[in-house]
Design a protein. Structure first.
Length: 300
């Protein structure tokens, strides 16, 4: 909730900063922003040394798109560096249900609205898309036009790359698996949030599956994982399932999954980003989405 006593429309939930972070070097840093209905996450990475220098999470208090922009605008006014135009690059990552995936060879830019309307109503929302060249798939998505306009005015067009959370997780999963000697056997990565889970299945350089599900308990979470495995005709004793996000070995969902999935592991590190001692290891993978967003910029 907002800090009503001070009139703020946002609340800081966590912040970690590396001692090497230097405001004078913003032109060397990549800023990533993740925005959902309730949260704004911020990460700053030095791409030259692949070092995360800043990670912050805020809860946004708003009831409509206009109030969301107001909350972000207030945060930007209070924050010492966010609105700075000297960033090397900025990636804006949007988390919502208005997205769809299209094979790259079938994608036609003039039909993006048709692709989206087939799966979800987009109304007057702005339409964007991002192509994963290495995986031959395009993610098309819709977002609030007021939000997009505000960020476009805040950052130069040449700086700003706008993607969907799906793209961030797909690219993060592929990069993670590539760093672990990808094989022809598909691997399943499950990113767990407090009320959503995202399932990504990749075999070497091929995206087999991605989807986002809402869940209310560990039984429902496990059900979605198992139904995807069954639908793809995978073997729970052969194919590795990697859990990441808001889950650990003490979680009821993890303990229950151990009874059904033989090759079950927890992602403990992100091989494509380094972290200093300031960052608690247990919390890093819970923010896989914002910490993977900068990877998409390399695909442009």
């Amino acid at each position: 909730m907002a800090d009503t006593s001070s009139g703020k429309k946002y609340q800081l939930l966590l912040t970690f900063q590396d001692k090497r972070f230097n405001v004078a070097n913003l032109s060397q840093y990549h800023l990533s922003l993740y925005i959902s209905d309730a949260y704004l996450k911020i990460s700053c990475v030095n791409p030259t040394i692949t070092q995360c220098l800043l990670l912050e999470v805020y809860r946004l208090a708003h009831g409509c798109s206009y109030q969301c922009v107001q909350a972000i605008e207030q945060l930007y006014q209070d924050h010492p560096i966010l609105a700075d135009r000297n960033w090397s690059a900025v990636t804006l990552c949007i988390g919502n249900r208005q997205y769809t995936l299209i094979p790259k060879q079938l994608f036609q830019e003039k039909k993006v609205a048709d692709y989206l309307n087939f799966t979800c109503p987009i109304g007057s929302n702005a339409i964007r898309h991002f192509t994963h060249s290495s995986l031959n798939v395009t993610v098309a998505f819709a977002m609030d036009p007021q939000l997009l306009n505000w960020f476009q005015m805040t950052y130069d067009y040449t700086q700003l790359c706008t993607i969907h959370q799906a793209s961030s997780l797909i690219q993060g999963t592929w990069t993670y698996l590539r760093n672990h000697k990808p094989r022809l056997v598909p691997k399943v990565l499950v990113f767990v949030e407090s009320s959503h889970l995202h399932i990504t299945v990749i075999r070497k350089s091929t995206l087999i599956y991605y989807n986002r599900f809402e869940y209310t308990g560990c039984d429902e979470l496990l059900y979605y994982v198992l139904i995807v495995i069954r639908t793809l005709k995978l073997d729970t004793s052969l194919h590795e399932v990697i859990l990441v996000g808001n889950i650990n070995k003490q979680s009821p969902a993890y303990k229950k999954a151990c009874n059904y999935i033989r090759r079950l592991t927890l992602m403990s590190t992100l091989p494509y980003v380094k972290f200093g001692r300031t960052f608690p290891k247990k919390m890093i993978t819970a923010h896989l989405d914002v910490l993977s967003a900068h990877l998409c910029y390399r695909e442009l």
